[in-house]
Write a protein that binds this ligand. Structure first.
Ligand SMILES: Nc1nc2c(ncn2[C@@H]2O[C@H](COP(=O)(O)OP(=O)(O)OP(=O)(O)O)[C@@H](O)[C@H]2O)c(=O)[nH]1
Ligand SMILES: [Mg+2]
Length: 373
């Protein structure tokens, strides 16, 4: 058993190398950030350095040759003791350095069992800072002997993830009232498909009487897309070209207890177009505005969308394309910061099947990769 050092640009890459070379149960002895000077002194590059040794059951290679100066008769127990001594000296040194602010510990004193949970989070695209916070939380909550129990670790982790997720109740008709629901969001995230899924579910499963309104008149195809769904589901549809037409469009729908408004996709960068959307919605006076976000989008785009669509008072989130996302870590970060509840998740293209009301535990398990869609 000997310690080896691995350097990489990110913790994820470093841990992948540890796993590749030393096996799945490698023991992480230390992690730190190091700066490497670039050629000609052109700035420095941050690297992650992980020191690790083979775990007790790591891939077995040829029996290690005793190092020079160690007699062949020396037992493996003695070797272990010698190594242990070196290791604790090294630990003391590192601790001393870190106390003096010389080394930035990324995962100080993290029990070995939690390192694999940490690596799993990184695999699921959870950003490093959040992953560290989650495993640190688990380490703080559990007693040292409890971290050996994988089901406890996974439950505690799930609880921590759940604390970042707020859930909105599913959309419901209110007797004697006409609920107005608008879906807004960036282009191509699945707004129209989701409107169709919701409308079909409301009509077929709940017996509501929904009507559809589209303000997406920029593209003929967009209106046709919704019209096709309206015909299949047998629902009234009104097309609105200007904010002033909104009231007329509502009246044209006739006896409905719910109006679902489909809107044109807006780039979060296009403030003018988002303002225009706000003018339409000011006339529609929706009871709920759901911001539709694709789980495939990068964390930065998700954050920008949440910020920019605040202008149209988007107060709930619908997460689409969970079936296509490689990891949901970025989504988790944004949910933690967005301060808006999730109402629905969608998990495929099929109308109306691939939609479900958001549920905290399910979403947390999906984010942690404990469940698939
Ligand atoms: N895999 C997958 N695809 C989806 C999901 N929801 C929608 N889509 C697909 O995403 C594509 C775009 O969907 P639309 O509903 O047209 O998206 P939109 O937000 O209305 O697009 P714009 O109106 O152009 O902004 C279509 O091919 C949908 O079938 C989902 O949950 N999973
Ligand atoms: Mg659309």
């Amino acid at each position: 058993m000997s310690a080896r050092t691995f350097r990489a640009a990110t913790m994820k890459q470093a841990l992948a190398r540890v796993r590749r070379d030393l096996g799945g149960d490698a023991v992480i002895l230390d992690t730190r950030e190091v700066r490497r000077r670039r050629l000609f002194g052109l700035g420095a590059r941050e690297l992650i350095e992980v020191t690790a040794s083979r775990g007790p059951h790591g891939p077995v290679t040829a029996p290690a040759q005793p190092p020079e100066g160690v007699s062949a008769a020396m037992t493996s127990g003695a070797l272990h003791a010698q190594f242990g001594e070196q290791l604790s000296r090294l630990h003391a040194m590192v601790e001393d350095l870190s106390r003096h602010g010389r080394i930035d510990h990324l995962l100080p004193d993290l029990p070995g069992e939690l390192v694999s949970a940490y690596a799993q989070l990184l695999d699921d695209e959870v950003p490093e800072i959040l992953a560290r916070r989650l495993v640190r939380h688990v380490a703080d909550v559990l007693e040292p002997e409890q971290v050996h129990r994988p089901e406890l670790v996974s439950d505690t982790l799930r609880n921590a993830v759940e604390s970042y997720i707020a859930i909105a109740p599913p959309i419901a008709a209110v007797p004697g009232a006409r609920r107005v629901i608008a879906l807004v969001g960036p282009t191509g995230v699945g707004k129209t498909t989701t409107v169709a899924k919701l409308a079909a579910t409301f009509k077929l499963a709940h017996g509501y009487r929904p009507g559809l309104v589209t303000v997406d008149t920029y593209r003929i195809a967009a209106v046709e897309q919704l019209r096709t769904y309206a015909e299949i589901i047998d629902l009234p549809l009104s097309v609105v070209n200007a904010p002033s037409e909104m009231r007329r469009a509502f009246d044209e729908l006739g006896e409905v207890d719910m109006v679902l408004i489909d809107t044109a996709g807006r780039s979060p960068r296009d403030e003018v177009k988002i303002r225009e959307l706000a003018d339409f919605l000011a006339e529609a006076r929706p009871d709920e505005v759901h911001l539709v976000l694709s789980a495939v989008a990068a964390e930065r785009s998700l954050r920008a969308a949440v910020e920019r669509f605040a202008v149209v008072c988007a107060d709930r989130l619908i997460l689409t394309k969970l079936d296509e996302a490689d990891g949901l870590g970025g989504v988790l970060t944004v949910l933690g910061q967005a301060d808006r509840p999730v109402s629905y998740i969608t998990t495929g293209q099929a109308v109306p099947d691939d939609i479900e009301p958001a549920a905290r535990t399910r979403l947390a398990r999906l984010i942690l990769g404990l469940e698939v869609v």
